[in-house]
Design a binder for this molecule. Structure first.
Ligand code: SAH
Ligand code: SF4
Ligand code: F3S
Length: 466
């Protein structure tokens, strides 16, 4: 096996670097500001941090203020209809910024732009200077240069030829929490999901590049590091020597530091004993795990093309719990998938009761153009979807409340996120399994680990004192 073709070729990198020089000649001394808005998942967030890094290298200052920005990039998501509607509404909103400031540059990128039909739609908006899908981020210098020099607008969906580029600088939003993509794309083609179409086939980064990135984060005092991939269990299958995610965990665990290591996301069909053991044996792996269920019905799972049944799913759950005492689990569930009967939905409730998740992300099925499920007959009516959604949320809320009640009196280690938005003197923090803990303090411990004694809990959060 060869790694040829996996990376953006050197001559293309040199071409972009020449564009970057020309952009810097234009931006130099002008104090230009850029604003990047992220509308998707953690991978989308990680991409935005690279886009921001690239913009800094082009001479922009990245700001949190969209009103005065000289360049705005909207990083879109296509996972559900709601996400696409949000993106369109932001594009509409920034049309007005451009009307006020005609020199402003507006770019749109991300998963939604990797779809031909959406690209065709965005081309019709004359105020958008360029748009690109998830595989063309390394061409940002060229796109910005063309927009600044009022060249021909560029629209590149590019969902097939997606290569890894290690040469894009990253500007992290947080000084203590970091995303590290270990792989891109997905090969699974769950019948409801748009991701394989907009992010291409699985491509793994080289272990040496990942470890170097993590080592640097640890040396810089990062406290929470998440290894990202649509299915981290497939990591390395496309690489020489077939390194695994377990190998990465072991290697990272040899580093000296003080941090939590998280993984996002695993596919139950591929979760291996080797990985579960690596988590159990690592001093850094947080004692929590996200294992998407999607549905508790074998018949629905089959139509979703998930390649596991509930027996297999529960065997992974049991192994995780047996080898990691006290581990907490979270999951994703879709309600109202085509053909889902009340009986199927009951099976989902059964699994939720059996596993007792710490929390669940519940989604109403949203048909995505081009995916097999969107063409299935028996789409579930909206009122039934909503009713099931509410029942599932109620069940989970009562379980979450029990968990939070049981925490009262215990002392937990938390990572402090900063001041609570609407409450002066109150800080927000998170436990290793992502539970929110509020506490009062005169001192600012943002970005640090501290211990909190829990005094009270409700459905969504815990409260305590230092
Ligand atoms: N790769 C991850 C999922 C990424 S998408 C995994 O396989 O676990 C995050 C979640 O969005 C999915 O787990 C699924 O629950 C939900 N989702 C994906 N497509 C959806 C759709 N068309 N409608 C509703 N929810 C969807
Ligand atoms: Fe989508 Fe399935 Fe791939 Fe997850 S594993 S990204 S749900 S196709
Ligand atoms: Fe993430 Fe949305 Fe793309 S969930 S992978 S940004 S479609």
């Amino acid at each position: 096996m060869t790694e040829n073709g996996k990376f953006v070729p050197m001559d293309e990198i040199a071409r972009q670097s020449a564009f970057a020089d020309k952009v810097r000649e234009i931006t130099e001394g002008k104090g230009l500001c850029a604003y990047v808005i992220t509308l998707g998942c953690q991978q989308n967030e990680a991409d935005s941090e690279r886009i921001s890094g690239a913009l800094v290298s082009l001479g922009y200052t990245v700001t949190e203020d969209d009103s005065s920005a000289d360049l705005i990039i909207i990083n879109t998501c296509a996972i559900r209809e709601h996400a696409e509607r949000r993106a369109l509404s932001f594009i509409g909103r920034y049309k007005h910024n451009k009307a006020k400031n005609p020199d402003m540059v507006l770019g749109v990128c991300g998963c939604m732009m990797a779809q031909e039909h959406r690209m065709k739609q965005v081309i019709t908006f004359p105020y958008v200077d360029f748009a690109f899908g998830t595989g063309s981020m390394h061409r940002l210098p060229e796109f910005v240069y063309t927009a600044l020099t009022k060249g021909k607008r560029k629209f590149i969906a590019d969902p097939d030829k997606m290569q890894i580029c290690e040469d894009i600088p990253v500007l992290r939003k947080s000084g203590y929490k970091a995303w590290v993509s270990i792989m891109y794309g997905c090969n699974n083609f769950c019948t409801y999901c748009i991701v394989p179409y907009v992010r291409g086939r699985e491509r793994s980064r080289l272990p040496k590049d990942i470890i170097a990135e993590v080592r640097e984060l640890v040396e810089n005092g990062y406290r929470d590091i998440t290894l990202l991939g649509q299915n981290v269990n497939s990591y390395g299958k496309d690489l020489e020597g077939k390194p695994t995610v377990a190998d990465l965990i072991k290697e990272i665990s040899r580093l000296e530091g003080d941090f939590w290591l998280h993984l996002m996301t695993s596919h139950p069909k591929d979760a291996t004993t080797e990985m579960i053991d690596a988590i159990a044996n690592s001093k850094y792996c947080a004692n929590c795990f996200h294992l998407p269920l999607q549905s508790g019905s074998d018949a629905v799972l089959k139509r979703m093309n998930r390649h596991y049944d509930i027996e297999r799913y529960l065997s992974v759950v049991d192994e995780l719990k047996a080898k990691n005492p006290g581990i907490t689990l979270t999951t994703d569930i879709i309600v109202g998938f085509p053909g889902e009967t009340e009986e199927d939905f009951q099976r989902t409730l059964d699994v939720v009761k059996r596993v007792r998740y710490d929390s669940i992300y519940t989604f109403i099925y949203s048909p995505r153009k081009g995916t097999p499920a969107s063409e299935m007959e028996e789409q579930v009516p909206e009122d039934i979807q909503k009713e099931r959604f509410n029942r599932l949320v109620d069940l989970q809320n009562s379980i979450s409340k029990d968990f939070n009640d049981a925490m009262v009196g215990k002392t937990v280690k938390v990572l402090v996120d900063g001041k609570s938005k609407n409450n002066d003197g109150v800080y927000m923090s998170r436990t290793e399994n992502n539970r929110i803990v509020h506490f009062e303090s005169d001192e600012d411990y943002t970005g640090q680990f501290i211990n909190i004694k829990i005094t009270r809990g409700d459905t969504f959060a815990l409260y305590g004192e230092i």
